[in-house]
Design a binder for this molecule. Structure first.
Ligand SMILES: N[C@@H](CCC(=O)N[C@@H](CS)C(=O)NCC(=O)O)C(=O)O
Length: 342
């Protein structure tokens, strides 16, 4: 797609963001490649945090379009849908899907990995690389893309094949950690999420489904868009059905614990200064996002007997990119958690 067509699509997608102050802000303004990257994201979204931490770590400028990713019910009863459901944003995202050649999501797994579950057409983040005239979707692909196209020697994806293989293994481990399931789900006997999160999650699926159903009605003539909304309905219906399912919630915790056990093993056997190489890699940034989110949810207990992970997290939290785009961003955009102090 040519650049002017893309710019037109970006402008339309921006119209779905209700406050001008969240549209078109330049972040890292003195950074590399100003004018190249346009990011649609949300402060609280852990997938967006991965992308922003990568941009910060690589010192790249970007145009920020910050979306509200939860619906809002007005006192009179009307529902304002999440901004990431707006038709023009979804159309932009579908351009990225075409380039990626991946199926749309069909069901709920509690995991947001595209390789595992297909592409969610109504999610953040979405990156537009104006120089490459490309829409890139899926945080994993976005971060790899950003790192590959930026000049400089401070690459986050190593060229050394053994280190690269290690990085890919770690990125997959984070990608397969069931973060959405842990954030949205009600654990039967040990739910440590802040009260405000519990309250939001008690009606979140119903609101998503209500918004999507009316968006389908309003866009009946656009088959591709309707198919995208139907895919999202299939996913969110599945999420609603297991939100309070004790077996499902216990399985998510067990899967997360197993992933952390592997991380602990890798850290203990590690011979490098960082997890996969002598230098910082994308794997370290992804783990920072994952561990901060788990801690926020009160789930640091899953590694309370694995001190290597705490020590690793301490080091990650010293990185300015992690401090601003992961820690500060979580604290400022999400309800206060007793488990993640300012
Ligand atoms: N694999 C995708 C997952 C995207 C995703 O699930 N994004 C979440 C935030 S982290 C989202 O937009 N949630 C809002 C919703 O689904 O309504 C990625 O990494 O970009």
């Amino acid at each position: 797609m040519d650049r002017s067509k893309l710019e037109e699509m970006i402008e339309l997608a921006q119209k779905g963001i209700l406050e001008n102050s969240r549209v078109g802000t330049i972040r890292n303004p003195d950074g590399e490649q100003k004018g190249r990257f346009v990011l649609f994201h949300a402060a609280m979204s852990f997938c967006s945090q991965k992308v922003r931490a990568t941009l910060a770590q690589r010192g790249a400028a970007f145009e920020s379009n910050e979306m509200v990713i939860l619906a809002r019910r007005l006192p009179a009863g009307a529902l304002i849908p999440a901004e990431n459901y707006s038709p023009d944003y979804v159309r932009l995202r579908l351009q990225g899907r075409e380039a990626m050649k991946v199926r749309l999501v069909e069901a709920y797994s509690g995991i947001s990995s595209v390789s595992n579950s297909g592409l969610d057409p109504c999610a953040v983040p979405t990156l537009v690389d104006l120089d490459a005239a490309e829409v890139v979707v899926d945080s994993l692909r976005i971060c790899i893309h950003i790192d590959a196209v930026l000049p400089g020697s401070n690459r986050l994806v190593p060229a050394n094949p053994v280190q690269l293989q290690n990085v890919q293994r770690q990125l997959n481990a984070v990608d397969l950690t069931p973060h959405p399931g842990l954030l949205y789900g009600f654990h039967p006997e040990d739910d440590r999420r802040p009260q405000a999160i519990k309250q939001a999650m008690s009606s979140v699926y119903e609101e998503k489904l209500e918004a999507l159903t009316s968006l389908i009605k309003a866009n009946e003539g656009d088959g591709e868009l309707v198919a995208a909304y139907q895919a999202k309905i299939a996913k969110e219906t599945g999420g609603r059905d297991v939100r309070c399912d004790p077996g499902f919630q216990n399985t998510l915790r067990a899967a997360t614990r197993n992933i952390l056990l592997e991380l602990d093993k890798d850290l203990r056997q590690n011979q490098y200064a960082w997890l996969c190489a002598p230098q910082l890699t994308l794997a370290d940034l992804f783990w920072a996002v994952s561990l901060v989110r788990l801690k926020y949810l009160g789930l640091a207990k899953l590694w309370s007997d694995l001190p290597t992970i705490d020590a690793y997290l301490e080091r990650l939290l010293e990185l300015p990119s992690v401090q601003s785009e992961v820690l500060a961003s979580t604290i400022s955009s999400m309800p206060r958690s007793d488990y993640l102090a300012a």
